[in-house]
Structure formats: structure tokens, C-alpha cells
Design a protein around this ligand. Sequence first.
Ligand code: ZN
Length: 414
Amino acid sequence: MTALTIVLERMLADIEALGRIGTDPRGGLSRLGLSSQEQLAHTWFKQRAREAGMSLRSDAAGNLFARVQGGAPALAPLMSGSHLDTVPNGGKYDGAAGVVIALEVARVIAECDVRLRHPFEVVVFRAEEPSPFGMSTFGSRALAGRVRPGELDAVDAAGCSLREALRAVGGEPAQIDAVRMSPGAVAAYLEVHNEQGPHLERAGLPLGVVTEIAGIERARWRVIGEPNHSGTTSMLERRDALMASAEIALELERLARNYEGAVGTVGVINVEPNAANIVPGCVDLRWEIRSCFAADLQALGNAVERAARAIVERRGLRLEELARTGSVPASADPVVRDALEEACTARGLTAPLLRSMAGHDASHMAALTKMGMLFIRSTGAKSHVPEEHSPPESLAAAAAVMLDALVRLDRMLD
Ligand SMILES: [Zn+2]
């Protein structure tokens, strides 16, 4: 068997090549989900996969799969990947790093004389970041059967529907339900992603092993009071929707602190009529909470709702729920996690265990298969900005660890 050796230069060249697709005049990258820029990045990936001798297929959700055949082609594939869309004016590493590392691992496997028993597939998920259509992790949710009814009818600011945008990148909206994979269709899924946080930077370490990915609950509420003259309406007669919303926001903050590791945010408050001399009559408020523990997420969500209803009742207002969405927390599979930890140890790498408070495609893959995830260091703990960066040694270490872990899993799994 030829020695399995990752080529760092190839990965760095790939990161730079992708960094020239969808450049934003503000200095970063804007390859929004389902845009022509994201599509250019997919086309770039297809060319690299063909060069590596991989076979390609795409699905109705616009996901892309590149395969290296295994010694036992009937086995379900081992899979790795991430996404190639970015946030507006984002950086070169979020998503791209995971795709580039999976591609490099595939090239090394393809070049080597003795194949893995399992096929190995690199997946590029469609539209992972929040897109102009008000949704995120589109491709991986389609695989997990989690695209909600009516979601394809969403429109962007220009009036284009998700359905049309999906068609324009080669997807088939009418076939979206057929994208769903059955559990067992993938032997295991591994993803590398930049940490987007400070832990590895603080510890001075190249990579870490993810234990859980937080679940997220989001709601959009309308708090309805009564607009009136701000001078002539006494403090006792007001039904002020903004003050009620402020109280709800503070209560959400207080409640979130009661749950270890949980976070809660009120990110949007739209006030009507938003005038200096009118008591606010109506507020649209959007909040989210996150936790790695399903019971905490549910208890916190219930507590926020109870508190909000008590606040509006006491103030004589009404509360309407306009939208509510949720995703459950996901845990790394112990077998995959062990394989990653053992691979780190074998290479003399100290890899701390980390929780992910950001959502990832991997959390939806966990519903389908054994999931494992590595974080690589984010220089300056920065992400979703043009200067986003991960050190080359982090990329090299993660690719080597992923390759070792795949070889271990190939022996252990059916
Ligand atoms: Zn990402």
C-alpha cells in the first residue's frame, strides 16, 4: 500500500482558488445559497473531482456528490464534506475548508493502490448559510427529510421564489421529497469546519473534536398594544408594546442564564409606528435560544413563552406567534468520535472536546448516520468576515486525522 500522505499545498491552492469565486467589493466573498456565485463554486468543485477520477452525481436539492469507488462497492459510502456558499461578505474558510479537506482526502485515497472497502463520497451541501429565502442548511435538511411544507414557496427580496432559484441551479423542486436518504444509506459522515470561536485559539491547538451540536429554537412574535399620543396618554393608561417587548427580552436573557451552556438572543425588534411622540402600538420581535441538550432547550423555550404571556397579560396586551421553527441538538456518534480521538492521539495531537453552538449540516446528517466532526482553529476567533482564516497546520492536521479515522472506520463498520 502506498503511504497515505496529505498534500498541504494542494489544499492551500484550492482555498485560494475558491477565494477568487464570488469576490465582494467590500473585500470578502459573497456566494449566497442558491446564487450563481455558489453555482460557480460547485462547477469548480466538479472540475477538481473529475480531475481526481471521481464520479459525480447531484440530487434534486442541488447537493453534489463525488465518489471514489471502494473495494466492496455494495457497502454504503463513508461520507465527508461541507458547503461552498458563504454569508454576505464572508471569508474563505467557512464551509470551503471542510470541502477542500474532504476533496484532498479523496484524492489521496484515489491515488493509493489499496482502496478502502467502502466507497468514499465527498458531499457539497446546497445553501447551508441563511439564504435570501429565509432558511438555512437547505441541502442537508432535504437529505434528512426536514424541508418544511411550503418552504419552497419562500421568495427573496427581488420576488424570486426558492423554487425558481433551485431550478436555476439544476435542482428539481417537485422531486424534493425523493432526496430524503434512508438511515443506513451512509455508513458514517465526518465533517471538518472552522471553529468560529475562541477555544482552540486560546489553547494554542490546531484542532478539536466536536461532541454535540446545539439545537436552535426560533420564534417570531407580534406584541400588540395600542398606539396613542405620547403626551396626553398618562403612564397608567398606556398599553405600550415596546416596553412589554423590552421586558420579554430581559426575561429571556435572565432565563437563558439558568441553563448551563445555553444562549438566548432577541435579535430583531421592529416598532410600529416608530415615532418619537407616539406610544408604540405594535412590535415584531424575533428571538432564538440554543442548547446542546434537548431537555434544556425545551424547558427554556417553555419558560420564555410562559414569562412572555404573563408579561403581556399583566400589561393588558396581546401576543401572536407568527412563526416558530426548531432543530434538535445532535450528538457525535461514539464510534466516530473515538476514531477521531484515537487518530489525534496516534499523531501526537492534543485535541480538546468542544461543543458547537453554531448549526452545521452535520447536525442533520446525525439523523441519518453516525456523525463525527472536527473543528479547526479560527485565527483571531473570527468568522463570517473577510479576514476569516485558519492556519495551514490546522488544515493539514485535520486532513490527516480524518484520513486515519476513515481507515479505522472502514475496518470497523459494515
Ligand atoms: Zn459553515
